[in-house]
Design a protein around this ligand. Structure first.
Ligand SMILES: C[S@@+](CC[C@H](N)C(=O)[O-])C[C@H]1O[C@@H](n2cnc3c(N)ncnc32)[C@H](O)[C@@H]1O
Length: 323
């Protein structure tokens, strides 16, 4: 596939493309050293324009929470939804490594041909692309709006898509601990392997995580901000320390904050100028909540600096060699 920007033919690009060897299937986060600092590329721009700047097969995890033409805000309004969505789905396929993962948040809120939803995206991916669906994750929450003309909504979904069956997945990093009583019972169960039981349970594909209330301490002002916990689970299990995570509908930059906390590098794109101030608020909150911790990160605003910075750090090159 074409590299759209010739200036990407530098050592950073070569280092990133080394990841094409893709031997990550049986590795977990403990096989990788956390980088001393995370590099964050923050671009205020149209997602497709920025996607075209990224090298082929350079990103390990793409985590996106797209607009769906629901008129939730002025950014939530596209003429022909699927025509537009196809352009970023194709670019996402190109920039993802062979072991990479794509997560798309959404729901089944289809109203008319103008609006989009996950059903439309799944239909398109199944019939017209090479994406493979691994899981549909149901995000269940107890707090939500009331309703009188229909059953009040208490879940949203996220689909997890991959390019190959060699996708990276670190279940151990997101296992849920058993209660002492459950643990005792599970250890007596002859069908279960004691070593795995001690590591904790598979969180399953139904995740109960509260939605952010208006007065939540996590809030930074974005109307559709996602909880840190849900983003963290995806970042931990579907990317490894030192790899690149991309969120091209970054909103408040929740993904970027989690990447700093979890030792990943991130590319954040959003066409709303307010993203920078939302993200700064996230960074303030992160430092306030973890006052005893020093987070080391650098924010850059162009792709060349981002790629060159990555190629200059040992942990990134080590991770590449480790593959
Ligand atoms: C649902 S919100 C994402 C919220 C985010 N998950 C968070 O936790 O803050 C979708 C975002 O997509 C952005 N957006 C819409 N169209 C875009 C485009 N063409 N390019 C880049 N960003 C876009 C909007 O500005 C909005 O912030």
């Amino acid at each position: 596939m074409a590299i759209h920007n010739k200036s990407h033919r530098n050592s950073a690009l070569r280092s990133i493309l080394h990841s094409n060897k893709e031997n990550l299937k049986n590795k977990s986060s403990i096989d990788f050293k956390k980088p001393d600092k995370s590099f964050i590329l923050l671009k205020i721009d149209d997602c497709v324009k920025q996607l075209k700047q990224l090298p082929d097969e350079s990103v390990q995890l793409i985590l996106i929470d797209p607009p769906y033409n629901l008129d939730l805000a002025n950014w939530d309004n596209y003429g022909n939804y699927m025509e537009w969505a196809k352009t970023w789905l194709d670019e996402a396929y190109r920039v993802l490594t062979k072991s990479g993962n794509l997560v798309i948040f959404g729901g089944t809120q289809f109203r008319d041909e103008r609006s989009g939803d996950l059903t439309e995206i799944i239909y398109h991916c199944r019939h017209f692309t090479k994406w493979k669906l691994v899981n549909t994750i149901v995000w269940y929450y107890k707090n939500g709006m009331s309703a009188h003309r229909y059953f009040a909504n208490r879940h949203e979904e996220a689909i997890w898509l991959v390019k190959t069956d060699k996708y990276y997945f670190d279940l151990d990093s997101v296992r849920v601990q058993y209660s002492p009583e459950e643990l005792e019972k599970a250890l007596r169960d002859p069908r279960l392997v004691p070593e795995n039981v001690k590591k904790g349970k598979n969180p399953t594909n139904v995740w109960e995580i509260g939605r952010l209330n208006g007065n939540s301490l996590e809030r930074v002002g974005h109307p559709t901000q996602k909880p840190l916990e849900i983003i963290r689970r995806f970042v931990r299990s579907l990317s490894y320390p030192g790899s690149i995570v991309l969120d091209f509908f970054a909103g408040s930059g929740t993904t970027g904050r989690v990447c700093i906390e979890e030792g990943r590098h991130a590319i954040l794109v959003d066409n709303d100028e307010n993203t920078s101030s939302y993200f700064n608020k996230h960074l303030e909150n992160m430092q306030k909540i973890n006052s005893d911790k020093k987070f080391n990160f650098v924010i850059v605003d162009n792709i060349e600096d981002f790629l060159n910075s990555l190629s200059s750090i040992d942990s990134f090159n080590e991770a590449e060699e480790n593959k």
